[in-house]
Design a protein around this ligand. Structure first.
Ligand SMILES: [Zn+2]
Ligand SMILES: [Zn+2]
Length: 103
């Protein structure tokens, strides 16, 4: 585990890596952000290599019906196929909402 930094809070030490097959999943124990320590993947739709990193919130119901951000994970957005999401991420610089809300 070298040159690892949390994409959310830039923590370098308090990181936990877990091997899962070929992938290594890293959890920042400081802020709870989870990401894969893989090379940036190719876009599954168009094959572009220059996917951009973005953070997506993981929501959960805390009390009653209130949804709260539990943690965050890194997702990769294609400048072509995910242009809308990518723009939203770059404009707001806050984690994107999850694709599906917990029921
Ligand atoms: Zn962190
Ligand atoms: Zn694409």
């Amino acid at each position: 585990m070298d040159d690892l930094t949390c994409p959310n809070c830039s923590e370098e030490d308090d990181l936990l890596g877990q091997r899962d097959g070929d992938a290594i999943t890293v959890t920042c124990q400081k802020c709870g952000c989870v990401w894969d320590r893989n090379l940036i993947p190719r876009c599954p739709s168009c094959g572009r290599h220059d996917m951009r990193e973005a953070l997506q919130a993981i929501l959960d119901k805390s009390r009653g019906t209130q949804l709260s951000i539990q943690s965050m994970r890194v997702i990769y957005l294609c400048p072509d196929c995910d242009a809308t999401k990518l723009r939203r991420w770059l404009d707001s610089n806050t984690p994107l909402p999850p694709d599906e809300l917990p029921v």
